[in-house]
Structures are given as structure tokens and as C-alpha cells.
Design a protein around this ligand. Structure first.
Ligand code: CA
Length: 246
């Protein structure tokens, strides 16, 4: 009887020890995960640079809402959010991007005011990472590759005419700039930075692709009110769209 009592007591103690061990084992990975997260390099290092002039940033990982001022980007045509084979290098995690494959596929943002005409605005820059894998074949639709517009004579950026090819909008001499643009805007299977922008202090506007820049005189017309931005009209991917203004 006494032996049986000790056996039961021993079993109870063993059971308590095992439970405690299980509890410790269960709690350890959690703590380890937390300390691993703290020890990992800061995520900020891989993010696109943000400063006081960065007003909008879309990462497209969890939708099309801008993480700074909650402005929603509209995906047009057949554009969709998906995980690309090669994630954007600036992305903080291997998240989603916008996949485009037609002339009407892209990202459209409405600002609700004219940015080019605004007397309160000195400069504007829209920048994104794109994988410009292929062009849309000639003879299909026109496409606004990267265009900020608010009326027929207040348009700035890269446009693709279905027969002529690329044009720069916002400049007096489209033909010269088209030749320049053809030299830099070449399809690529890698993530590349594309940007458009203007600075009223110097009266200049520009387009940039893969570190190459074409600058021209900024045209400010009288037309239009609300500004819209479109990026797309090619086959490939778009991620990390950032807009800076001051
Ligand atoms: Ca992303």
C-alpha cells in the first residue's frame, strides 16, 4: 500500500516535471522568435527612401491603399495584385506587386486637384519600380505609360502612340524627345526605376528610366482641374510607387 502511494506520488511528480518541460519547450520557440526578430537587420534599410516631401507610398502587398495618406489607387483593365517570380529589391518583404499585360492595364490615381497648375506646389515627383518585360505590340491601343494629366495642355510624362511609338508629353518638341526616349526606354527583365516630375523653380520637367534622365521645359497650360496619374500600358510588373511633393 505504502509502495503504491509512493509510486502514484512519483508518477504525479514525473507528470508535473514533464508538463513543466513541455511548457518550457513550448514557450522557448516564441521567445527565440522574438529575439530573432529583434536581432534581424532593420527592415527600413531595404525600403525606398522617405522624407518630409514623400506624400504617398504604395507597396501593393496588402492592397492598393497608400500607406502614408490612405489614398486608394485604382487597378485598371486586367491589372491585378500577385506575387512576382522576382520580388522587387526595394520591397521590405517578398510581397505582391501589380501585374500588367495590356494597353489599358495599370494603376490610376486621382488627386482631386490640379497639381501642375497649383500655385502652392513647387515640385512633384512620381517614382516606381517596374519590370518592363515587353511592349504592347504596335497597332493595338494607345497607352499612357507614365502620365500625369489634368487636361489637354497640362499633361506630363511618357505616352505611347499606337503607330508612332513613344512620345514625351509636356514638351513643345515631341519628335526630338521621342528619339531620346527610344534610346532609354528599352524592355528589361530586371526591376528598374522609372520616374516623372517637374520643378517650377527651374521651369523644368523630366522623365527618368534606369538612371538616365531627359529634361525639358515645363509647359503649364490653362486646361483641366483634377490631376490623374497613370502608370502601366506594358507587359510586366509595377511596385513601390512613391510620390513626393513640396
Ligand atoms: Ca510590393
Amino acid at each position: 500500500m505504502r509502495n503504491m502511494f509512493f509510486t502514484i506520488l512519483s508518477l504525479m511528480m514525473l507528470s508535473a516535471t514533464v508538463s513543466a518541460q513541455v511548457a518550457v519547450t513550448k514557450s522557448l520557440p516564441g521567445k527565440a522568435e522574438k529575439s530573432e526578430k529583434k536581432a534581424s537587420p532593420p527592415i527600413k534599410a531595404d525600403e525606398p527612401e522617405k522624407d518630409a516631401n514623400t506624400k504617398h507610398l504604395w507597396r501593393f502587398d496588402e492592397g492598393a491603399i497608400d500607406e502614408i495618406s490612405k489614398l486608394e489607387a485604382v487597378l485598371t483593365g486586367e491589372a491585378k495584385l500577385a506575387v512576382p517570380d522576382r520580388p522587387c529589391p526595394d520591397s521590405s518583404k517578398a510581397g505582391k506587386a501589380v501585374q500588367v499585360s495590356g494597353a489599358g492595364d495599370g494603376i490610376e490615381i486621382s488627386f482631386g486637384r490640379s497639381l501642375i497648375k497649383s500655385s502652392e506646389l513647387n515640385s512633384f515627383r512620381a517614382e516606381a519600380k517596374i519590370m518592363y518585360s515587353a511592349e504592347i505590340p504596335k497597332g493595338t491601343l494607345n497607352s499612357d505609360i507614365f502620365l500625369l494629366g489634368s487636361g489637354w495642355n497640362n499633361i506630363l510624362g511618357i505616352f505611347k502612340d499606337k503607330w508612332k511609338g513613344y512620345l514625351i508629353r509636356g514638351d513643345q518638341n515631341d519628335e526630338i524627345d521621342r528619339q531620346e526616349l527610344l534610346k532609354i526606354l528599352v524592355p528589361s527583365q530586371k526591376w528598374t526605376t522609372i520616374a516623372i516630375g517637374f520643378d517650377k523653380r527651374s521651369s523644368k520637367a523630366y522623365v527618368e528610366y534606369d538612371g538616365k534622365k531627359i529634361e525639358f521645359e515645363l509647359q503649364i497650360g490653362s486646361s483641366g482641374n483634377d490631376s490623374d496619374l497613370f502608370l502601366g500600358g506594358f507587359t510586366g510588373w509595377i511596385d513601390e510607387l512613391k510620390i513626393s511633393m513640396d
